[in-house]
Design a protein around this ligand. Structure first.
Ligand code: GLA
Length: 386
């Protein structure tokens, strides 16, 4: 259910005995394509969801931070901002409090603050509910503290909270799209230059929709597998004598240096190199105003690469992709880190009910919990709402 600013303001006043000084919202994301490229200096093409986290905030004079969440209403956490550091907070409060620490660690003094969070980004579904929390708090606290930080700097701070306080060694994809998202547009992110460019993405005009299937297979980035993939990419780049796998082009996959990699690193490398090329191919097609149906096979190729070369899919993701394609989707793939989470499918609007039914039926046949599905369109990035 959508989060209403007035309700969040009222709950804040009830909990803390005074109205908030303002309310800020930041969205979750879907990554159309460009997976596990962001920590290889590569390219990604995400968009912001309409699902978002709202943060109500008011300053305090005593250097304390109090935080509450409507998703964990029994629990209020209070901590002195000066006492924050790696290992000092755990659970859901690590996301908002991690941002306060990261702001300070980057040299930006923040005062005390009361925070209340509410959100409708599905939790643990790989749609970046965590980045939505971090970015809503980062924007709220930086504006309240009068800090003059641009959105890319804020994304770096939010990512640092995730890496150093939450303990998930992610890239910066999720935080960048939450802060830079633009309605009706994808965002081409170059994680080396940190440049972002908008790419129009109007599916309605073409009689298409993008369906999201939450497979409800639990997804955990703090677990070791994500970090292990990241280390494998770093080892491969070191073996090849390159700063990052971004520096290898597709033609080099036929060359002797690539062939000299151990088999597992070859597979990981091939995914990253071909995925970067697929991102750029999708962008080229959309910029040329091609029918978006032509990007379908690139989405599917991305999934197969994540399944066979990067090995981050699980049966729920593979079954959803197969069922969606079998029912006429133009392309389908997992989105996000993998190991659970969501699948997206590019579908003719008229066929959307059939594709949803086919995925639900395939899940029943496989003995999986029923998936949740919804249609999504690129929405606006983080902003002040009151
Ligand atoms: C997670 C991480 C991102 C990115 C994706 C995979 O969402 O948070 O930084 O690495 O996985 O593309």
């Amino acid at each position: 259910m959508a989060v209403r600013a007035s309700t969040v303001g009222d709950v804040f006043a009830g909990a803390y005995g005074r109205p908030p000084a303002g309310l800020w919202a930041a969205p979750g994301r879907v990554n159309l394509i460009g997976e596990h490229t962001d920590y290889n200096d590569g390219f990604a093409l995400p968009f912001a969801l309409a699902h978002r986290v709202v943060c109500a905030a008011a300053p305090r004079a005593d250097g304390q931070a109090r935080v509450r969440s409507q998703q964990a209403p029994e629990e209020e956490v209070t901590v002195g901002i000066a006492d924050l550091g790696p290992g000092t907070v755990s659970g859901w409060a690590a996301y908002p409090l991690g941002v306060l620490w990261a702001l300070q660690a980057a040299g930006h003094p923040v005062g005390g603050v009361d925070l209340l969070l509410d959100g409708d980004v599905p939790l643990g579904a790989g749609l970046s509910s965590s980045a939505a929390v971090e970015c809503a708090v980062a924007l709220a606290v930086s504006e309240l503290s009068g800090l003059d930080l641009d959105r890319t700097a804020l994304a770096g701070i939010a990512r640092r909270a995730e890496n150093d306080i939450v303990g998930a060694p992610t890239g910066v994809l999720d935080q960048m799209i939450s802060l830079h998202g633009r309605a009706g547009h994808l965002m081409l992110l170059d994680t080396r230059s940190m440049q972002v460019e908008s790419v129009p993405f109007d599916l309605d005009r073409r009689g298409l929709v993008l369906l999201v299937f939450d497979t409800r297979a639990p997804h955990r980035l703090v677990d070791g597998a994500y970090a292990e993939r990241r280390r494998a990419c770093e080892r491969a780049a070191a073996h090849l004598g390159l700063p990052a796998l971004r520096d290898l082009d597709v033609a080099a996959l036929d060359g002797p240096a690539f062939a000299s990699l151990p088999a597992e690193l070859r597979r990981r490398t091939r995914h990253v190199v071909t995925e970067n090329a697929r991102v750029l191919a999708v962008v080229a097609a959309l910029r040329a105003d091609a029918d978006p149906r032509v990007v379908g096979p690139l989405l599917t190729a991305s999934h197969l690469s994540l399944r066979d070369d990067f090995e981050v899919t699980v049966p729920e993701l593979d079954v959803a992709v197969e069922a969606a394609l079998g029912a006429g989707a133009h392309g389908a793939r997992m989105t996000g880190g993998g190991f659970g989470g969501c699948v997206i499918a590019l579908v003719d609007s008229a066929r959307a009910p059939d594709v949803s039914d086919a995925v639900a039926a395939a899940f029943r046949d496989s003995g999986f919990s029923a998936p949740r599905s919804f249609v999504t369109r690129p929405a606006v990035g983080a902003h002040r709402i009151a």
